[in-house]
Design a protein around this ligand. Structure first.
Ligand code: BYC
Length: 311
């Protein structure tokens, strides 16, 4: 029986069809998806913090409304993704508990601080840019609810990316001080952004399964290279310098060669020792505790509604 179900599962994958929540799937496929989708959801939620930090200090009403809309979008992405994870039979409360107790991972990038207004541009340009590169691939992945969530998320991320580049461009073309701020933001966000794609392929233990199951259609290094190839000309157009002295166009490969990534820093950040890990977790815990009354009120209201319907 199971051998037959596995055959149907494999055939679906081979034909590029989607696997849906009620379909049979190997336990490890389910486990890997819960790990990845929940980490992704947590990243969207924690990812609101570095930008949320600047909403009250946006330099104009236009910039403030753009930033508010963006941060709100990230909350929405987190909610879709928790819903997508729930289709695999795990409870949202359990996932939130994993985040709040520090057991779950979320993207390394959000453990870096946003120090000046140009960082808001750098996040949209680089962080959302890297996220889209990865997520347009995930939108073609095999698990229906996750891949479909990616379609809307990518559309919104594309707006995020463009507003970020437009902000950086206007600062880079502005006063001397503004240009220095834009360059400083690029200097600090460049390396963490290219680390977002995950460890190099030969140090990526989950890739083999995820590629076999068509959740990931490209490798961490392939996506990283594509991001670098796309982003370096954008930096040049803005008159900014990518902080990598080994960065060089390689005509033979048709790609940029780039310098050594500090993987010790990456692994230290994902173990909880980045500049902002403790602060991010404390902020999420406080938000969760402060919101207890909202959850209680919603539950009380639902119970009241049930009683009315039953009567
Ligand atoms: N940060 O075997 P590997 C956004 C972990 S948010 C932390 O290559 P995999 C936004 C990895 O989990 C969008 N940990 O893993 C929001 C694994 O540990 P475990 C963020 C990382 O899964 C607000 C170990 O390292 N995007 O756009 O094959 C404002 C070995 O790695 C990271 C997503 O979440 C990392 N960067 O590949 C602005 C995309 N990288 O679990 C913007 C969804 C690796 O075995 N996720 N690790 O203990 C993915 O696409 C994949 O999970 C990854 C990693 C490419 C990230």
């Amino acid at each position: 029986m199971e051998a037959n179900q596995e055959k149907i599962f494999e055939e679906k994958l081979a034909k590029g069809l989607k696997i849906e929540p009620k379909d049979w799937m190997p336990e490890n496929y389910k486990k890997q998806l819960i790990r990845m989708i929940s980490q992704h959801a947590h990243s969207e939620i924690v990812g609101m913090l570095p930008e949320g930090n600047w909403i009250t200090r946006a330099p104009s009403l236009r910039r403030k409304s753009i930033l508010l809309a963006k941060v709100q979008d990230e909350a929405g992405h987190g909610l879709y993704l928790y819903s997508a994870a729930e289709t695999l039979g795990i409870d949202r409360e359990e996932l939130l508990d994993q985040l709040l107790t520090g057991k779950a991972k979320y993207s390394s990038i959000f453990n870096y601080p946003s120090l000046n207004w140009a960082d808001i541009g750098a996040i949209g340009w680089l962080v959302d840019g890297a996220a889209i590169m990865n997520q347009t691939m995930l939108a073609r992945g095999s698990y229906g609810p996750y891949s479909r969530a990616m379609i809307r998320i990518c559309k919104e991320e594309s707006f995020h990316n463009r507003q970020g580049y437009e902000l950086i461009l206007s600062m880079a073309k502005g006063t001397k001080e503004q240009k220095e701020m834009a360059q400083d933001a690029l200097n600090r966000w460049w390396w963490p952004s290219i680390m977002m794609f995950g460890p190099p392929d030969d140090m990526s233990p989950n890739s083999a399964d995820l590629v076999k199951w068509r959740v990931k259609l490209e490798s961490n290094d392939e996506l990283r290279q594509r991001f670098i190839d796309r982003t370096v000309p954008q930096a040049e157009f803005a008159g900014l310098v990518v902080p990598d002295k080994d960065l060089k166009w390689n005509a033979e490969r048709g790609h940029y060669d780039y310098g050594k990534i500090n993987w010790d820093e990456f692994f230290s950040v994902i173990k909880g020792n980045g500049p902002c890990n403790i602060e991010r977790l404390n902020t999420r815990q406080k938000a969760h505790n402060d919101g207890a009354w909202v959850r209680e009120a919603a539950m009380a209201y639902a119970a009241k509604q049930r009683k009315t319907v039953a009567a």
